[in-house]
Design a protein around this ligand. Sequence first.
Ligand SMILES: C[S@@+](CC[C@H](N)C(=O)[O-])C[C@H]1O[C@@H](n2cnc3c(N)ncnc32)[C@H](O)[C@@H]1O
Length: 201
Amino acid sequence: MQKVIDYFFRNPRFFLIFRNKLQNNLISEKNVIRKRIKLNKNSKMLDFGCGTGDFCLLFDMSQYTGVDIDDKFIEFNKSRFKGYNFIKVEEGKSLPFRGSYFDKILVFGVLHHISDNSIKQILMELNRVLSDSGEVLLYDQLPSDEQKKFFAKVLVKFDRGKFLRGSEQLKILLKNHFKIKENYKIRSGPYTLCVFVLKKS
Ligand SMILES: C[S@@+](CC[C@H](N)C(=O)[O-])C[C@H]1O[C@@H](n2cnc3c(N)ncnc32)[C@H](O)[C@@H]1O
């Protein structure tokens, strides 16, 4: 069963259709981005683990860079969003950007795909490429005991990401690398999501 689910969700087209239906075209997420990410003309923003790259359209193409470890998603995005910058990255390697390059970083629904062994290096890299005055806007799905809707409790059990962490666990992890400026929960479709606004520490 899990293998079948993983097979479909690694297909960018299937992922896009399913995700938009389930999470109401990502309206909650887009509202959080619009409210929290205001860019100046020369600002740069990184969408880490960009998946199908839908958030790029909220930004000018000169400001946006999306990265993902899955080349199927990167190729899919390059053909859908011509002129936008999408780059394949590799887990365990440094991000291909100089220090302090980005003013804003989005990490939406990515951490539950990353093991405890890898996460420290990734958070250090995100801290390195964030400017001193920059901010990270991050959310992650919560595990079933912190989901409110029964359907979400079931869905997270079958999620491709196998490292769902509770809100307190996420807080402890993130505190080791960033200052937590804000932390709250939002609903997106059936899911309860834990949102963090982080500053460089
Ligand atoms: C649930 S999807 C979320 C996609 C997108 N952020 C969104 O909200 O629509 C998680 C994405 O993180 C990517 N990912 C997982 N581990 C990663 C890593 N170490 N570096 C970059 N991307 C990663 C996956 O390939 C997948 O596309």
